[in-house]
Design a protein around this ligand. Structure first.
Ligand SMILES: Cc1ncc(COP(=O)(O)O)c(C=O)c1O
Length: 434
């Protein structure tokens, strides 16, 4: 079974970024561990691409969902439910930069509505993206995620990239409204904003779909200033950074307030929720009097009580035990980073471990990257993938694609980290410097 494709699934996996070779069938997950159908147990650092901040099957979250189901409540689809009002107030209380929110079922949908809101608020069409920032699957953000080095090598800093869609099926008309620049290249943003009418600049404030690429000091502040000067809506996509690094989002750590924010993943510890929220001056376009500028946010399952109950329990737990949980995540993250640095120091190929709290990555290059361009130029992706595959063979699950982030959860223990380090040492002796 693990190596066979399921013919009824187009592409063999649900969500086409889940391809792993060899294919494995996972049957159970609990706390910090995954189990496959061959009875193999793995320490999980993939965390389903990020949501499991509290660990798989967190009792408080799952019990809240069971209580909701037992209460006899259901999705009503009219008016409002107590779960929706409670979660909306909790989110706005947790994240200082939010005045109002709408709930969706995924980050992708939340991004779609954020772009609509920005267009309604500015009366403009164009959007500006960052090379290396993943912002979900809608047409307007599906460009230049990780261009191959051949296409990047002639890129001039301070300029934008030629557009390269990452999927078929995007109408040509969409290309005319999208611009892409490199992360940490403020002059490039300045150039695009000065020469085009840009409705929205959207980015992950740390690029966490290509590992952990941090903003240069002053970069996010610079974006804030440029957007203010040019009347562009600044959108932080915090689907990966939100709640993982701080209850107030990464924006609360750097003290830069975007106009709109997107949340997802960790907010409901594995249940499907997306959030678009921000300043009332932009969110009010949901109820704008002029119908030509009123934004429709609609979804049968938006604010589903089961998902809202999970998010309420997650945020209440994070808030009630904020210091304990984030201190534990930081301590475990540091233990991992120091351990990996020591193990890799003695190897004859360069590596750099980059970390933000509980999120970490090993780059196979001699410095912490500032951009995707830097990674595509310097990271040894062959070595990176060989390392990941060897770890999986020995029961440590990192996603086997170059630069994918490792995520530690509150369910991991120091013993898990030490076991991971011991196995890492062992597999490096085995794979050598191939
Ligand atoms: C930063 C970021 N934004 C948006 C998305 C899309 O979220 P979803 O997969 O819930 O649609 C993702 C998903 O990985 C993401 O990492």
């Amino acid at each position: 079974m693990p190596n066979s494709k399921i013919p009824a699934i187009a592409g063999g996996v649900m969500s086409l970024n889940r391809v792993i070779d060899p294919l494995r069938m996972f049957v159970r997950a609990h706390g910090a561990y995954l189990y496959d159908d061959q009875g193999t147990k793995y320490i999980d650092y993939h965390a389903a691409f990020g949501p499991y901040l509290l660990g798989h099957g967190d009792e408080d979250v799952d019990n809240a969902v069971k209580d909701m189901l037992d209460s006899g409540a259901s999705l009503i689809g009219a008016g409002i439910t107590p779960w929706e009002s409670e979660i909306a107030e909790l989110i706005v209380d947790c994240v200082p930069g939010l005045e109002q929110i709408q709930l969706t079922n995924s980050g992708t949908e939340a991004v779609m509505y954020a772009l609509r809101l920005a267009r309604a608020a500015t009366g403009r069409d164009d959007v500006l993206l960052m090379q290396g920032s993943y912002n979900g699957g809608t047409d307007y953000v599906s460009f230049n995620l990780m261009d191959p080095h051949d296409l990047l090598k002639d890129h001039e800093p301070g300029s934008s990239y030629p557009l390269r869609p990452i999927t078929a099926g995007i109408p040509n008309a969409v290309h005319d409204t999208v611009h892409v620049v490199e992360f940490n290249d403020l002059p490039a943003v300045e150039q695009v904003l000065a020469n085009h009418e840009i409705a929205a600049l959207i980015l992950e404030p740390i690029l966490q779909n290509i590992g952990i690429v941090k903003p240069d000091p002053g970069y996010l502040e610079g974006l804030r200033k440029l957007c203010d000067q040019h009347g562009t809506v600044l959108i932080f996509d915090e689907v990966k950074t939100g709640f993982r690094h701080a209850l107030g989002g990464y924006q609360s750590l750097v003290n830069v307030t975007p106009d709109l924010s997107i949340f997802g993943k960790a907010i409901a510890n594995g249940y499907p929720m997306g959030v678009v929220g921000g300043k009332e001056s932009v969110m009010r376009y949901c109820v704008e009097k002029d119908p030509s500028r009123r934004v429709m946010v609609a979804g049968t399952y938006n604010g589903h009580p089961m998902v809202a109950a999970a998010a309420i329990a997650t945020l209440k737990k994070l808030r009630a035990r904020e210091s304990e949980i984030y201190t534990s995540l930081e301590t475990l993250g540091e233990r991992m980073q120091l351990g990996l640095e020591e193990i890799f120091r003695s190897r004859n190929y360069p590596t750099t471990i980059v970390r933000q709290g509980s999120a970490f990555v090993v780059y196979f290059m001699d410095h912490a990257p500032r951009s995707w361009h830097d990674i595509a130029t310097h990271n040894d992706s062959t070595q990176d993938v060989a390392y990941r595959k060897a770890l999986i063979e020995d029961g440590i699950f990192h996603f086997p694609v170059t630069t994918k982030q490792g995520s530690i959860s509150f369910a991991h223990s120091a013993t898990d980290i030490d076991e991971t380090l011991e196995i890492t040492q062992h597999i490096l002796n085995r794979i050598g410097s191939a």
